[in-house]
Design a protein around this ligand. Structure first.
Ligand code: HEC
Length: 129
């Protein structure tokens, strides 16, 4: 019971603060579904993410061999809601930095859309083979 109350409290607190990862993970991408949004995400990706995740997002960037954990292949996230992708970007990982205080919410949603787009392309290519 105490655990339940603790969990409920965490979610309530989380919901009170805007732009927090828990809330964002449950939110659909608020940006319009246009090619411009994905294109904006691509520009940020090339500046901030490509060195680790690779030009096509396959996890084979120039810095990848030097890392303790291999960067994720970002073309395989077709099944993940964009909110979850956004949460992963916000929170970072054991190797990946947390982007919460570096990127704006809008930039994070643009990146989520871009990653979703290349994952959909990848899924279609695989289906055709
Ligand atoms: C320093 C190298 C590095 C940079 C820069 C980097 N990442 Fe990562 N990323 C990783 C690694 C390594 C992982 C695997 C989790 C971990 O860190 O242990 C990861 C995981 C992820 C995941 C989770 C994938 C999954 O399977 O759910 C997403 C999404 C992601 N990165 C997006 C990005 C985006 C977007 C950027 C640019 C804003 C970025 N990354 C920049 C190294 C990096």
């Amino acid at each position: 019971m105490r655990l339940l109350i603790a969990i409920a409290l965490i979610f309530t607190l989380a919901a009170c603060f805007p732009n927090n990862p828990v809330k964002m993970s449950m939110t659909a991408n608020p940006l319009p579904n246009t090619p411009e949004v994905a294109a904006a995400g691509k520009v940020i990706f090339e500046q901030r993410c490509q060195m680790c995740h690779g030009a096509e997002g396959r996890g084979d960037g120039a810095a990848a061999p030097a890392l303790a954990t291999k960067p994720a292949n970002l073309r395989l996230l077709n099944n993940k809601p964009e909110g979850l992708i956004a949460m992963r970007i916000i929170g970072g990982g054991s190797v990946m930095p947390a982007w919460k205080n570096i990127l704006t919410d809008e930039e994070i949603w643009q990146l989520s859309r871009y990653i979703k787009t290349i994952s959909q392309q990848e899924a279609q290519t695989v289906a055709k083979k």
